[in-house]
Design a protein around this ligand. Structure first.
Ligand code: ADP
Length: 597
C-alpha cells in the first residue's frame, strides 16, 4: 500500500482502496499471535538445550507481547476504519509500519541473544528460519511494501549482523547476500502491492458498474411500466373515443333514414334537435381531445382579457337550461353582483361547461345550482348537484386523465374521463383554485375560486360582446364560401331557414363575382382551406382591400395557435368544425347584432 500523497488522498476512490488494503492487513494481524506462539515453541525446541530458560522466557514474553500489541492495534483499527478520513487512514498505516518493525525486531532479537550460545547446527537452523520468516512477513504484509520493509529489515538486520559478528570471515558475503535478499523481497512486495491495489480497484469498478447498471435497469423498468400504463391508457382512450364517435355516427345514420322517409313536422322537429345535440357532443369530444393535447404540451395559449364573469355564467346557464329541463331537473342560477375578471373567457366558459355537463350527466333527479358570488376579494363560482355523488377515495382520482368511475350511474353516462382533467389543468393555467366536496347519494359541489389578483375592481366596465344589441330589421346578406359542396349546401339551407339571404361560392372567382354583383355582405362565412392553395383569411384580406370592411367568420378544422393568431390579426371570429347549429347561430347573431349600422 503506497501512503497516499496529500493530493491523491482527497480522491475518494484512492481513499477507499487504502481503506480496503488496511482492512486486509488488519485481519491477517488478528491471527498472528497464534503463529507467534508456534514460532516460540519451535525456537524453544532447538534452543532450550543450549540457552538459559529464564533468558528464553523473557525473550518469548517480549515477542508475544509485541505480537499481541499488533493484533490489538489491528482490532482497534478494524472497528474504526469505516469512518476514518484520508489523514486518519494515513496515521493507521504509519502505526502499522511502526508496529510491524517492532514485531520484526522481537523475532530478530532471537538471533542477537541466542545465536552466540548455540552450536553451529542450531545456528544454521535459526538463521534459515529467520530468513524464511522475513519472506513470510512479505506474504503477511502484501498490502504494503512499507510494512514489508519495516518487518523484513529488522529481522534480516538482526540475523545477518549476528552471523557476521560470529563468523567475521563470511561477513562480506553474508552482508551482500542479505542485502540482495532484502531488495528482492521488497521487489516482490511492491509487485504484490500493485497487483492487490489493481484488483481492488477493478473490483470496485465492477461493483460501481454493477450498481450503475442496476439503477439504470430500475429506471428502465420504471419507464417501461410508465410506458405500459400509457399504452394501456391510450388503448383505453382510443377504444372509448372510438365508441363515443361510433355512437353518434350510428344515431346520425339512423336519423338520416328517418329523414329520408319524410316524417311529419313534429317528428322532423325532434329529429332536428337530436341531430344538433349529436353534432354538439361530437364537437365537444374532439374539442376535449385537442385541448388536452395542448394543455399536456403546454401549448394552450390563453387569451387574457378583462371580461364580465357574471355574463359568462348567465350565458352558460342559458345554454344548458334546455338540456337540464329536458331531464326533468331544476336549474337554479344564483348570480350576485357583477364581477369583472381578468382571464381567458373561452377557458373559463370551458371549465363551467364541463362542470355543468357532468352535473347534468350524473344527476337523475333534483336540481343543479350554479352560484357566482364575491366573498371579500375572491370570486367564487360553483356548480352543485343532487346527483350520484363521489366516493371520498375517488375524489382525488377523478381529475386524472381518462379516469372514470366505472360503477353505478357513472358507468351508464357517456364520457371518456377527460372533462375534469381539462377543468383541473385549465384552472391551474387560469390561477384559479378548484375544490370538490361530495357525499355519495346526496350530490357534489365543484367550486372554482379566483384570487384578488384576477378580480378587476371596475365591474361597470362591461365587455362589448356582453351588451345585447337590438336585432336589425330587414334581410341580412351572408356569403358562404367553402370548396366542399355538401357543407355549402347544408349551410345555405340552415342560414335561409334562419331568415338570412345567402349567396355561395366555392372558390376565389366565385366570391369575386358575388362582391362584383352584390357588393360587400353583412357577414362572410368561410372555410380556411379552400383547396388549390387558397386560404380563406388571405382571400378575405384581398376582398377587404378592394371592397371595404366586412365581418368574417372562419369555420375550420385547424385551430392551431398559428391559425388563432392569424384570425385575430385579421379581426375574424373562429369556430371549430364540427360546429353545432346552436353555436353557429349564436356566433352569427352576436356578430351581426353588434355591428354598427
Ligand atoms: P367523464 O365525465 O367524461 O367520465 P370526467 O373527467 O368529467 O370524465 O369525470 C370523471 C369521473 O368523475 C366521471 O366518470 C364520474 O364518475 C365522476 N364525476 C364527475 N363529475 C361528477 C358529478 N357531478 N357527480 C358525480 N360524479 C361525477
Amino acid at each position: 500500500m503506497s501512503i497516499p500523497a496529500a493530493g491523491v488522498s482527497e480522491v475518494p476512490a484512492a481513499r477507499e482502496v487504502t481503506r480496503e488494503l488496511l482492512r486486509l492487513h488488519a485481519r491477517i494481524l488478528l491471527r498472528m499471535p497464534v503463529f507467534q506462539l508456534l514460532l516460540i515453541g519451535g525456537f524453544a525446541w532447538f534452543l532450550l538445550p543450549h540457552v538459559a530458560g529464564s533468558d528464553f522466557a523473557v525473550w518469548a514474553a517480549f515477542a508475544l507481547c509485541a505480537e499481541l500489541l499488533r493484533a490489538a492495534a489491528a482490532g482497534f483499527a478494524l472497528s474504526r476504519l469505516p469512518a476514518q478520513s484520508a489523514g486518519k487512514l494515513r496515521g493507521i498505516h504509519v502505526a502499522f509500519v511502526v508496529l510491524d518493525g517492532l514485531a520484526g525486531l522481537s523475532i530478530g532479537l532471537v538471533a542477537v541473544l541466542f545465536l552466540p550460545r548455540a552450536p553451529l547446527l542450531a545456528q544454521m537452523l535459526l538463521e534459515t528460519v529467520l530468513f524464511a520468516i522475513a519472506a513470510a512477513g512479505a506474504c503477511v504484509a502484501l498490502s504494503s511494501r512499507y510494512i514489508v520493509a519495516a518487518y523484513s529489515s529488522t529481522v534480516l538486520l538482526c540475523a545477518g549482523a549476528s552471523w557476521a559478528r560470529l563468523h567475521p570471515s563470511q561477513a562480506e558475503v553474508v552482508t551482500t547476500l542479505t542485502f540482495v535478499y532484502w531488495v528482492f523481497l521488497l521487489g516482490i512486495a511492491r509487485d504484490a502491492e500493485q497487483l492487490l491495489v489493481r484488483s481492488i480497484a477493478i473490483r470496485r469498478e465492477r461493483d460501481a458498474a454493477y450498481r450503475d447498471l442496476q439503477s439504470k435497469n430500475d429506471e428502465l423498468e420504471r419507464l417501461n411500466e410508465q410506458l405500459r400504463l400509457l399504452m394501456a391508457e391510450r388503448s383505453r382512450m382510443l377504444a372509448a373515443t372510438s365508441h363515443d364517435l361510433r355512437q353518434p355516427l350510428q344515431a346520425l345514420s339512423l336519423y338520416s333514414a328517418v329523414l329520408a322517409a319524410r316524417p311529419g313536422p313534429q317528428a322532423l322537429d325532434k329529429v332536428g334537435r337530436n341531430i344538433e345535440y349529436i353534432v354538439q357532443s361530437v364537437g365537444d369530444l374532439l374539442d376535449n381531445l385537442i385541448d388536452l393535447a395542448r394543455l399536456s404540451t403546454g401549448s394552450y395559449a390563453l387569451q387574457m382579457q378583462a371580461f364580465r364573469l357574471d355574463s359568462l355564467v348567465h350565458r352558460s346557464c342559458e345554454a344548458f337550461a334546455q338540456g337540464i329541463a329536458a331531464k326533468g331537473l331544476q336549474l337554479h342560477c344564483r348570480i350576485g353582483e357583477p364581477i369583472l375578471l381578468h382571464g381567458d373567457p373561452t377557458a373559463v366558459s370551458r371549465v363551467l361547461r364541463n362542470l355543468l355537463d357532468n352535473a347534468l350527466k350524473y344527476t337523475r333527479e333534483g336540481s343543479i345550482t350554479v352560484t357566482l358570488e364575491r366573498r371579500d376579494a375572491l370570486a367564487l363560482m360553483s356548480v352543485e348537484d343532487t346527483g350520484a355523488g363521489i366516493d371520498a377515495r375517488q375524489q382525488a382520482r377523478i381529475f386524472d386523465e381518462f379516469y372514470r368511475i366505472e360503477s353505478g350511474d357513472s358507468a351508464q353516462a357517456g364520457g371518456v374521463g377527460l372533462g375534469l382533467s381539462i377543468v383541473k389543468r385549465l384552472c391551474e393555467a387560469l390561477q384559479a383554485e378548484l375544490h370538490v366536496c361530495s357525499t355519495p347519494g346526496q350530490g357534489s359541489c365543484f367550486c372554482v375560486s379566483w384570487p384578488r389578483a384576477c378580480v378587476v375592481s371596475d365591474a361597470g366596465h362591461a365587455h362589448a360582446g356582453d351588451a345585447a344589441a337590438p336585432r336589425p330589421d330587414g334581410k341580412l346578406r351572408i356569403y358562404a364560401v367553402d370548396d366542399d359542396p355538401v357543407v355549402v349546401s347544408s349551410l345555405t339551407q340552415l342560414l335561409q331557414l334562419w331568415g338570412y339571404e345567402v349567396r355561395t361560392a366555392a372558390d376565389a372567382d366565385g366570391v369575386e363575382a358575388l362582391f362584383g354583383q352584390w357588393g360587400a355582405p353583412q357577414l362572410l362565412v368561410s372555410d380556411l382551406d379552400l383547396g388549390a392553395g387558397l386560404d380563406g383569411l388571405a382571400l378575405a384580406a384581398e376582398l377587404r382591400a378592394r371592397h371595404g370592411e366586412f365581418p368574417l367568420l372562419l369555420v375550420c378544422g385547424d385551430l392551431s395557435d398559428t391559425v388563432q393568431e392569424r384570425a385575430r390579426a385579421h379581426g375574424a371570429a373562429l369556430l371549430r368544425k364540427p360546429v353545432s347549429a346552436f353555436r353557429l347561430r349564436r356566433q352569427i347573431e352576436r356578430m351581426l347584432w353588434s355591428q354598427p349600422r
